[in-house]
Design a protein. Structure first.
Ligand code: ADQ
Length: 464
């Protein structure tokens, strides 16, 4: 079996520390199955930057290789073009974008340098899988360096409609670079069709008889590969000491009260202010719920070097303070806002103790919290998932209470429905959702993507 080479901005860890994200755990699984190398950023900024020595780490048949970046790379690429131009544009927030040519050049430079450092590590039969919006140009640079291996790309975040994407000044170069990959994967069929519309309407591309797409002198296969979670782990975490402890602690604190839970990085795409405001509306419209229902929002800060992230954190602190000041009683506080992260096992206990999982992004590639919440429920007394129609997860998870997060009234009504839902209906909805979460797991997802990439390469006749 050929070796897998994964490229992503952040790498590892190779062992389950309990704190690693679900995606990292899934990627390690697939790397272990086939043997592999995981290449990316060390997480450190140094003077030598991308010229720093490779740092290797090995565990069994899997190794990681990482390099540093220089301060200018970090500012211009990661905190610059990636998180100030690409992230907001791809999440439909043109009001927050910063299109600065210097940042764009920094981003390309970092893509080029990472690709150059990867080339000597590649073996002829490796399968290369590049992840996410930090590396749109990686495949193109690898091809220019003569790399002939199969190279796939998966976009974890949304691909917006062409009317929005074309606001990026370098959209044509970006898409031209994307077409250098053999296989491009999106989270949902909506994102896939937005990409196809761009190709057909914006750059006059055509579909070939075998389903691939040709445009700008290149041919690519594009498809939707909705990502999943390590579902069986999440369904059994409550049996671990950490999971059980948190579940018991919450249940004890709550007594007869019902808890709504939200778990997100602080990010303007996650719809957090709308969520707090909808909970306030629920208490206004249903005063009988005072003292009966609480909202627990767990949201550790992220990317705080980008101004928009600090602003949203301040806004949330203000909102939760105001709502608590308005409604709290001596023995009840409506909103618990915790800005730190929790180990995965503890999160599972918290999900299980919560009657409602509130996942209401304004835009999201998929949203793994929606799936984690479902997997962690008690089958005999499951909670209800309230899910934004703008999360990629809504395409599959149709048995959730689907809401439009821009409508505070609709959100508040969704919450009411979820809180008051009878047990029979909760069980029926949960069981349908759980079947999907358990079937389309993270390892099923990675296998689907890699098998497709390998099959594409096998169907291309070898160069004579
Ligand atoms: P994210 O935007 O980070 O991911 P999400 O899919 O929800 O969003 O994943 C977040 C992960 O971090 C979850 O596994 C969650 O448990 C964990 N997490 C969040 N807050 C936490 C906390 N306080 N403590 C501990 N863990 C916490 C991007 C895209 C998504 C896409 C994923 C995967 O934006 O749309 O689903 O990649 O492709």
């Amino acid at each position: 079996m050929p070796r897998i080479v994964v490229v992503s901005n952040r790498v590892g860890p190779l062992s389950d520390t309990g704190r690693a994200g679900g995606l990292a755990v899934a990627l390690v699984d697939v790397l272990r199955e086939r043997g592999g190398l995981w290449f990316g950023w060390s997480g450190d900024v140094s003077e030598e930057g991308t010229y720093s020595p490779l740092q290797f780490n090995e565990s069994g048949n899997v190794s990681t290789a990482t390099i540093d970046v220089a301060q200018a790379d970090y500012d211009e690429s990661y905190a610059g073009f990636a998180n100030r131009a690409l992230w907001p544009t791809l999440h439909y927030r043109l009001d927050l974008t910063d299109f600065d040519r210097r940042l764009e050049q920094g981003y390309r430079r970092v893509n080029e340098r990472f690709a150059e450092r990867l080339v000597p590590l590649l073996r002829p039969d490796d399968i290369v899988w590049v992840h996410d919006y930090h590396f749109f140009f990686m495949g193109d640079v690898l091809r220019a360096a003569g790399v002939k291996n199969p190279i796939g790309f998966f976009l974890h975040i949304p691909f917006p409609v062409p009317e929005v994407l074309t606001a990026l000044p370098n959209h044509k170069e970006m898409i031209h670079a994307l077409l250098a990959y053999d296989l491009v994967g999106f989270q949902t069929s909506q994102h896939l069709s937005a990409f196809e519309r761009y190709i057909f309407e914006e750059v006059g591309g055509t579909r070939e008889a075998d389903g691939s797409i040709s445009a700008m002198g290149r041919t690519v296969v594009a498809d939707a590969f909705p990502i999943g979670i390590d579902a069986s782990a999440f369904s059994t975490f409550h049996e671990t000491a950490e999971g059980h402890e948190n579940f018991a602690l919450m249940k004890n604190e709550l007594g007869d009260q019902k808890q709504i839970v939200g778990v997100d990085r602080i990010d303007y795409s996650k719809g957090l202010p709308e969520r707090f405001t909808a909970f306030e509306r629920l208490l206004e419209l249903h005063p009988e719920m005072k003292g009966e229902v609480t909202l627990l929002q767990i949201a550790p800060p992220s990317r705080s070097e980008v101004r928009a992230y600090l602003q949203i954190q301040r806004l949330l602190e203000g909102l939760s303070g105001r709502i608590n000041g308005r409604f709290s009683d001596l023995d009840w506080t409506p909103i618990h806002f915790i800005t730190r992260s929790f180990p995965r096992r503890s999160l599972a206990g918290i999900y299980r103790a919560s009657s409602v999982g509130l996942v209401t992004p304004l835009r999201d590639g998929m949203n793994l919290v929606a799936k984690e919440y479902v997997a962690a429920q008690d089958p005999e007394d499951p909670g209800v998932l309230v899910l934004s129609r703008f999360a990629g997860a809504a395409e599959e998870m149709t048995e959730a209470v689907i809401v439009n997060p821009y409508s505070i009234d609709e959100l508040a009504e969704g919450l009411r429905l979820a809180i008051q839902m009878p047990l029979d209906e909760r069980k029926a909805r949960w069981s349908a959702l759980n079947t999907k979460v358990m079937t389309n797991t993270a390892s099923a997802w990675s296998r689907r993507f890699l098998d497709r990439l390998v099959s594409l390469h096998e169907s291309v006749p070898a160069e004579g």
